[in-house]
Design a protein around this ligand. Structure first.
Ligand code: ATP
Ligand code: MG
Length: 734
């Protein structure tokens, strides 16, 4: 039964109707979270079709994620009463890939071009840099690739790089490498992810006939999450929307308070520029929030008011029924208790009949999911990781586990196969096949056969060196295992075999997160007496996780939660150094702190009925417990909208000095970071650790360096005396 216009417009407020019915001319919908922006966009799409203004393929609709595209397609289908085919609806990249297949010849490709993955990209950049003989330690290929990607984000082809735009990376060869890189991709009929946008923009810029064709076909353009578009996406939209002699029917919805992707080149200024780019643009503001209770809204509004330079929007509760509960803030003793409290709360809600799929745990960083995953598994509560991979299924975690398995059990061939060429050691597929054959013939394991061949001097050249070094690393780690225990042995192994270095050298955006995941893994390792006990635990946690049925708790990052909503939202880890993240506090100044605050705002506004913020009094930094202090964001939530329970050790200390912490004044006292005696930066392979330096080691605590030997240090630890440790696992304490 197709919806009648009456049906779909009646359930909207006047401003939303205006935003839907103003179909002609440019339109900016600027509104806070949960005000129905996405709903307006979806309804507008249906409205244009139902009123006969355009055919389905004449509307271009851009979403931020594939999930959002799917949802919008379903909603449109529901509004129209039938599924529609041939929609131009998807993410920027998905739509551009489709366009590029049509016009590939204009950029020297054919329509069957392949899209490279990061490994391929990197290999190519390395090859291209080799003849220039720049020092790869000083100028790693990853850095070069990063520069190329940023140029692509900004819509700059090699020809468009002016001397002023050029980068002095690697003695100024960046723009040359970029040109060669593009030429090489063309020669092999390939492009990378960034090229999908860049090539299409270039085609639209240089081929008026192609542009005119899209101008004729796209009568209406709809863009969700406009605050997070980067320059090349913006150029693309502007090219398509500015039609000669016809109005720009472009409708963008956005919320400057939810701009959280500046680290990926997004420019919130694009919103501010909209009225200049499209003169005569109508601006509609939506002020009623239909998602959250009044309490949650007031809490979120109070928090975000601490940001400066906002466009300023009013947000009023749109549901009259819902005063709701205050935002719960729970202080827990430590990170273990945090996971327990959340697990208990979810169980309670479940027994009260609430659907698990209406609950979400939203964290600042991907690695934070682990304790919650374990807790949920232990309680038998099904969960899903949205927009990410379960902790123990992540590539870097699987790699590390494979190293540990070989360490614990040298005959574990599957594990050995996984890591024998990770990082790349020149032991390719054919070399591995030969080893496998040999192992079968001799009836021994792969590591057994490698050792035998090394002993027999039967290996030559590169594989001899590579496999020799790998076996060396394992036998050294095995010695350490006996002498210093499993934690140190694993750290040493991952360092020795070059695995950690591989991620440090990787300048992609995900690399720091992967290193964090590995640290989190080591942290988990500390809880177990032996390597064997740990690996058995992992086997149990990971086995049979996929439970049937759709009713699962959602775990995801705050970034991944954009645009989504849940009845109940848990927001753990609201502590200084976790959220706001240490990185944002160290590097970014006010700007990145404000982006963190927007992220907190996104988090709170995902909740329909109940938001629970948690902070732990101690959190493990590697093997040692560190006191942590509540996030400044907690005290920025107006206290009348907060219900506090639990106390952290820190608060207990404070409470003796001031009987009521929460009575007046700043909600929670804050110590400056410098006084916290916490190593503020993740470890790096640091040549600048010298004798006499005060350092912190995850297992042995604080100490003073007494000797340095390349990557090993002799340290006199306060608690445990003199020890030899890997330099990369200590952090300098100032
Ligand atoms: P975000 O900024 O988080 O992306 P949004 O502005 O896109 O939020 P929507 O997701 O479109 O907001 O809407 C939030 C919720 O409010 C949805 O559940 C939606 O169905 C509901 N909603 C929107 N408008 C109305 C309305 N007029 N009456 C009732 N419910 C509404
Ligand atoms: Mg939305």
């Amino acid at each position: 039964q197709p919806a009648t216009p009456k049906d779909y417009l009646e359930r909207l407020n006047p401003e939303q109707r205006e935003a839907i019915e103003t179909t002609e001319g440019p339109l900016l919908i600027l509104a806070g979270a949960g005000t129905g922006k996405t709903r307006v966009l979806t309804t507008r799409f249906a409205h244009i079709l139902l009123t006969g203004r355009a055919r389905p393929y004449q509307i271009l609709a851009v979403t931020f994620t594939n999930k959002a595209a799917r949802e919008m397609r379903e909603r449109i289908g529901a509004l129209l009463g039938e599924a529609v085919e041939g929609l131009w609806l998807g993410t920027f990249h998905a739509i551009c890939a489709r366009m590029l297949r049509r016009h590939a010849e204009y950029v020297g490709l054919t329509s069957s071009f392949t899209i490279l993955d990061t490994d391929d990209q990197l290999r190519l950049v390395k090859q291209l840099m080799a003849p220039y003989r720049v020092d790869p330690k000083r100028w790693p290929a990853q850095g070069m690739l990063g520069i190329i990607q940023r140029w692509k984000d900004r819509g700059l082809t090699p020809e468009r790089i002016t001397p002023a735009e050029d980068d002095d990376y690697a003695d100024g060869i960046a723009s040359r490498i970029y040109a060669e890189y593009q030429a090489r991709l063309r020669a092999v009929n390939a492009c990378d992810f960034g090229d999908l946008m860049l090539h299409v923009v270039e085609i639209l810029r240089t081929r008026p006939d192609v542009l005119a064709q899209y101008h004729r076909s796209f009568r209406y353009i709809l863009v969700d999450e406009y605050q997070d578009t980067n320059t090349v996406q913006y150029l693309w939209l502007r090219l398509l929307a500015k039609r000669e002699g016809a109005p720009s029917n472009i409708a963008c919805v956005g919320d400057d308070d939810q701009s959280i992707y500046s680290w990926r080149g997004a420019e919130v200024e694009n919103i501010l520029r909209f009225e200049k780019d499209f003169p005569g643009a109508a601006v509609v503001r939506l002020e009623r929030n239909y998602r959250s209770t009044a309490q949650i809204l007031a809490a979120a509004a109070g928090l975000i008011s601490h940001n400066s330079g906002r466009l300023g929007k009013t947000l009023r509760p749109g549901r009259d029924d819902a005063e709701g509960e205050k935002v719960r803030v729970i202080g827990v003793w430590d990170s273990d208790e945090e996971a327990r409290v959340v697990g208990d709360a979810i169980e309670t809600l479940r027994t009260q009949g609430h659907a698990l799929s209406e609950m979400a745990i939203l964290m600042r960083a991907g690695f934070q999911t682990r304790p919650f995953e374990e807790r949920l598994v232990a309680r038998g509560i099904p969960y899903r990781i949205v927009g990410g991979v379960r902790f123990y299924e992540r590539a870097e975690i699987r790699d590390c586990l494979a190293y540990m398995r070989v360490l614990a059990q040298p005959a574990d061939d599957l594990a050995f196969e996984r890591i024998v060429n990770v990082p790349r050691r020149g032991v390719g597929a054919t070399a591995l096949q030969k080893l496998q054959l040999e192992a079968r013939q001799r009836g021994i394991s792969l590591t057994g056969v490698v050792s035998a061949l090394l002993a027999e001097a039967a290996l030559k050249g590169r594989s001899k060196d590579a496999l020799g070094a790998l076996m060396e690393a394992f036998s050294r780690a095995r010695e350490t295992l006996g002498a210093e225990g499993h934690v140190v042995a694993v750290e040493q192994l991952l360092e020795d075999c070059g695995y950690l270095q591989m991620w440090r050298d990787d300048k992609s955006l995900e690399a720091p997160g992967r290193l964090d995941n590995i640290k989190e893994l080591i942290r988990a390792l500390v809880d177990f007496g032996t390597l064997g006990a740990f690996l058995e635990h992992i086997a149990l946690v990971t086995e049979g996780e996929e439970t049937a049925g759709e009713d699962k708790v959602n775990l995801m990052t705050l970034h991944g939660a954009k645009g989504l909503e849940f009845d109940t939202v848990f927001l753990p880890g609201w502590e200084e150094g976790v959220f706001p993240s240490q990185r944002s506090m160290d590097e970014g100044g006010l700007k990145s702190l404000e982006e963190e605050r927007r992220l907190a705002y996104v988090g709170l506004t995902r909740a329909r009925k109940l938001a629970t913020v948690l902070h732990a009094g101690r959190r493990r930094i590697f093997a040692n417990w560190q006191d942590s202090i509540p996030s400044r964001f907690i005290e920025e939530i107006p206290s009348q909208h907060v219900a506090i329970s639990g106390q952290t050790p820190f608060e207990r200390r404070q409470a003796t000095a001031a009987p009521s912490m929460f009575a007046s004044g700043p909600l929670l006292a804050r110590k400056p970071m410098r006084d916290r005696n916490v190593p503020s930066r993740p470890a790096s392979p640091t040549p600048d650790i010298g004798v006499g330096e005060r350092v912190f080691h995850q297992k042995f605590g604080y100490g003073v360096v007494t000797d340095v030997d390349v990557d090993r240090l002799q340290v006199l630890f306060e608690q445990t005396g003199e020890k030899r440790v890997m330099a990369s696992f200590v952090e300098i304490v100032s």
